[in-house]
Design a protein around this ligand. Structure first.
Ligand code: HSE
Length: 409
């Protein structure tokens, strides 16, 4: 298909990614796309672009009929929702990287696209440079996927790598992740796992057609990890990663969570280090496939934004095909995890919550239990939220479960 549509862009935000895409577009003359105006919040900040491009008046872009593409790269999710919903409502195509806003308004955004028959693309919102959404939409559209498992937050992976490989202190590693432009403006979104839960909400939609809220996903970040957890991991040959996982537990139910996870050397995720992300797609037909790349940072994220802008030249839209498979997948809490819990005080952990306990270890420094627990019990356990306790999942329990799904004939 040839499509010579000239794209006139209104850009919202000129931060790490906004400035990145401005520079990238200047160096991509083959793309018939030009930024007409850039809306920013702080007019007094020095900007590396001609002053006449900038405005603080959002309506100047939203009401400009010549602007046919809005690229939204701000970090305020409420303002982003206004910009995106107004733009889609007036028939403009929109590219966004705002995972928090998209996850919070998924159902409304799906409806807006239907009502206005316009494109809303957001590859940059999930795993930076890795084309996860486009792959789920286009390549795996007819595969009833068994699982999607990944490291989908670059900042936490960067922090864990720095701490475990370089012995860096948590605060220093976080500061570095912020300086390098990986972390969210509010980095608690990264370290508490919320950013990964937002991304998993989006993945669940494109992988299984599930419309959920991030609050429906059990999520723990890396703030509760204790130095002795790394000692345990090293002794057993594991690496601790913040892993997001969605896996089909039967024909209609999908388990979904974001939890620190012991990853063994046979997993593709074992060698995903620094700000890189990696996603293992457990397919029904082709077994496992792995996609890997930078998950955060100016140019990796800009590359996904650029690809979305380029796709608008041929009117590309997500079709959300997984919502039309005839199967109404839902998030389930009826499955089992093998976990490790380390704590200050063993009396805190209700051992009766476990289906089976494999190991108990008590030293002056730290105590831990490993065992099997139902996901529902874990989710509701009061000890899970005690900052003195750290919970880590053993990854093996997952992939093995994938293979218990229906056999192909
Ligand atoms: N703060 C996010 C991360 C940025 O670290 O992954 C990319 O979404």
């Amino acid at each position: 298909m040839t499509y010579e549509k000239k794209l006139v862009i209104g850009l919202f935000g000129f931060g790490v990614v906004g400035e990145g895409i401005y520079r990238v577009l200047k160096q991509t003359p083959t793309l018939q796309a030009a930024i007409k105006r850039i809306c920013i919040k702080h007019p007094d900040k020095k900007r590396n672009a001609p002053a006449e491009l900038f405005t603080t008046d959002a309506d100047l872009l939203l009401n400009d009929p010549e602007i046919n593409v809005v690229v939204e790269l701000i970090d305020d999710a409420d303002a982003a929702w206004y910009i995106v919903s107004t733009s889609l409502g007036s028939g403009k195509a929109v590219v966004s990287a705002n995972k928090k806003m998209i996850a919070a308004h998924l159902a409304e955004l799906l409806q807006l696209q239907v009502d206005n028959r316009t494109s809303f693309l957001y590859e940059a919102a999930v795993c930076g440079s890795i084309p996860v959404i486009r792959n789920l939409e286009e390549y795996y559209d007819n595969d009833m996927l068994n699982s999607v498992t990944g490291i989908i937050n670059g900042s936490t992976n960067y922090i864990l790598t720095r701490m475990n490989e370089d012995g860096m202190a948590y605060d220093d590693a976080l500061e570095l992740a912020q300086e390098l432009g990986f972390a969210e403006t509010d980095p608690s979104l990264d370290v508490q796992g919320t950013d990964a839960a937002n991304k998993l909400t989006i993945i669940l939609n494109h992988a299984y057609g599930i419309i959920s809220k991030p609050e429906d996903i059990m999520c723990k970040g890396i703030t509760q990890l204790h130095p002795t957890d790394s000692v345990y991991a090293k002794e057993k040959g594991y690496s601790i990663k913040l892993v997001a996982r969605a896996n089909r537990v039967n024909h209609t139910d999908v388990a979904a969570y974001v939890l620190p996870t012991f990853v063994g050397p046979r997993s593709q995720l074992f060698n995903v280090r620094f700000e890189y992300n990696g996603v293992i797609i457990g397919t029904r037909l082709a077994d496992e496939q792995f996609i890997y790349g930078k998950g955060a940072g100016r140019y990796p994220t800009s590359s996904a934004v650029l690809s979305d802008i380029a796709a608008l030249r041929y009117g590309y839209k997500y079709e959300y095909k997984k919502a039309r498979t005839g199967v109404n997948y839902q998030i389930s809490t009826d499955h089992v995890l093998r976990i490790y819990v380390s704590c200050e005080n063993m009396a805190d952990i209700n051992r009766l919550d476990f289906i089976a306990i494999d190991e108990t270890y008590i030293s002056q420094n730290r105590k831990y239990i490993t065992g099997t627990i139902s996901f529902d019990k874990l989710r509701k356990a009061a000890w899970l939220n005690n900052p003195d306790n750290s919970v880590i999942v053993f990854a093996e329990a997952g992939p093995a479960a994938d293979h218990q799904l229906e056999e192909l004939e």
